[in-house]
Write a new protein. Sequence first.
Length: 201
Amino acid sequence: MAEPPSSDKYLRRKVEVRVAAARLFRRHSFSGTSMDMLAAEMGLNKGTLYHYYKKKPDILYDIIINPMRELADKIDEIPLDRPLPEQITGIVEITVKQASDWEDQVAVYFQESRYLDQWFSEDQLALLRKYEGRYAERLRLLLRQGQSTGSVIDIDPVVVRNALAGMTGFLYAWFDPHGRISPEELGRMFATLLLNGLMSR
């Protein structure tokens, strides 16, 4: 008998489906992974998977939206009254930690980002863009604030945001969070690199 959607067991199993799917989507791409492959990965029959997700794009959506929501919420927790370099450092450190904690999910996000409008509904895309926008807007406001006081060089915030995405978005390709450099140490290193390029001399 299938467990009800509100039960702890159901919710835990749904998370397990997402984790396994993120592994496969990263390895084979979203379009290259079938529900049969996911069922085999989990040791389930395909019909059981549909108890948790009605269609494959909904799995992809949850894989992407959960870490994006968490990232936006954590960025919002950085106090606005902290000095600008501390706020920027906080954003970078949180971004690096998220990329390490959600390694497969972040890899899938960057690999599939240009195709999402093919798979997501308008409402799903709108919510994703909302979380992306909160992140980008916090960084934009910080840079504009620094530029207004002369402490930050005159540079397009979109360029900075994309540079940060480039620094952190491909950690999955080379960074071992259990290696000699911890995610926290790497976050501080990236923050130093970014601040050294941004702050006026």
